[in-house]
Design a protein around this ligand. Structure first.
Ligand SMILES: *Cc1c(COP(=O)(O)O)cnc(C)c1O
Length: 363
């Protein structure tokens, strides 16, 4: 078995995989119950309920489909979007907005800088924006953006707030109400440790209702998707039935682990064990200490000419460890994810393999 030190798909438990060994029809009452349970559990993880005025919508496809669903459904024709970008996933939001012809202002920060609320305040002061988008954990580097502070600004300026919390939700404490989030997007195969196949959107009921009839696509229409789930308990198009079964199991395992706080502790411990071991071997983390999250570690390429990422990757892969290439525009980096069914012994195993490979390559 290969261990995935990546930000998704990631290493899942045997029991999550086993939960998929059942064929259920999309109109099966058991299946509809699974969907109901998932939707209500997801709201609970965001600290809210339907009674508080929040909704959970499940959307087929990868995480990006969920982001595109929100951007192409929630912003009206005359809307004005401001995007805070400090990595590849922020750039992806910008690309989506551009494709849909949405009027967009992009505020770019360095990939090693957080999206500074002071700069955001100035930008909101100067423009007539209706929507703001930001990435919670920018998986490009692992940096955490100050989503709650930015949410307070959105509330102050009356701007609808969209958060890509793909790689953080379920393992980084976040409350939709206190962070003033109107649309939060995450997916099945990140911190909740399910298998790929759908994304989910947690959103304010009133903002969702405002999106009725204004989607720029058929299949990613957020309001129509919600309406199908809410009125008939069904997806509009073929649901990822097996993925949903696996996800319900993953949610139960998250609860059994002790919930979000315990999962956050395990990831933090993975992160620190890995960081310490890598620094001991001379690897240098990309981000300064005060800006590192704990979802993924990014390291600079060693300066030695004996280092070649392809070879490094392949030698680790042969030993059963899959790491992740970098995605930075300026600097050569590689990444090691701390999420998924990974425990301290797995991190130690990876560190041993890296030490061995380092000796073989001679850097
Ligand atoms: C994983 C991820 C996505 C979505 O990626 P997909 O490949 O579409 O699932 C989006 N944003 C962030 C921050 C991510 O980590």
């Amino acid at each position: 078995m290969k261990l995935l030190f990546t930000p998704g798909p990631l290493t899942t438990s045997k029991t999550v995989k086993a939960a998929m060994q059942v064929d259920l029809g999309s109109r099966d009452t058991e299946f509809m119950q699974v969907v109901r349970e998932i939707r209500s559990e997801l709201l609970a993880l965001g600290g809210v309920t339907q009674q508080d005025g929040y909704e959970a919508v499940l959307m087929q496809g990868a995480g990006t489909f969920g982001i595109e669903s929100v951007i192409s459904s929630a912003i009206p024709k005359d809307g004005r979007l401001i995007l805070l970008v400090n990595g590849a996933y922020g750039e992806r939001m910008a690309k989506i907005a551009e494709i849909h012809g949405i009027s967009t202002q992009i505020i770019r920060f360095g990939e090693d800088e957080i999206t500074d609320p002071e700069i955001v305040r100035d930008a909101l002061n100067g423009g007539n924006y209706t929507h703001l988008g930001v990435v919670h954990c920018e998986t490009t580097t692992g940096i955490f953006n100050p989503v709650t502070e930015i949410g307070a600004l959105c509330a102050e300026f009356g701007v609808t707030y969209i958060v890509d919390s793909m790689s953080a939700f379920g393992a980084v404490p976040l409350n939709l109400t206190t962070s003033h989030i109107d649309f939060l997007v995450s997916s099945a195969n990140k911190c909740i440790e399910g298998v790929p196949g759908f994304s989910f959107i947690l959103c304010k009921h009133s903002k969702l209702m405002a999106a009725e009839g204004q989607s720029r696509t058929l299949s990613l229409d957020l309001h129509a998707q919600w309406f199908g789930l809410e009125s008939k308990g069904q997806f509009r198009f073929t649901p990822p039935t097996h993925t949903l079964l696996a996800f319900r199991q993953a949610l139960r395992e998250l609860a059994a682990e002790g919930g979000l706080e315990k999962r956050a502790e395990r990831y933090q411990s993975n992160f620190l064990t890995l960081l310490k071991g890598m620094e001991k071997m001379g690897f240098i983390p990309y981000l300064p200490k005060d800006r590192r999250g704990y979802i993924i570690n990014s390291f600079l390429y060693p300066s030695s000419s004996a280092f070649d990422f392809e070879r490094f990757y392949n030698l680790l892969n042969e030993r059963g460890f899959a790491i992740y290439p970098g995605k930075l525009s300026q600097v050569d980096c590689f990444r090691i994810g701390n999420i998924g069914q990974l425990k301290k012994k797995h991190i130690r195993g990876l560190l041993e393999a890296i030490s061995e490979v380092k000796a073989i390559m001679g850097f």
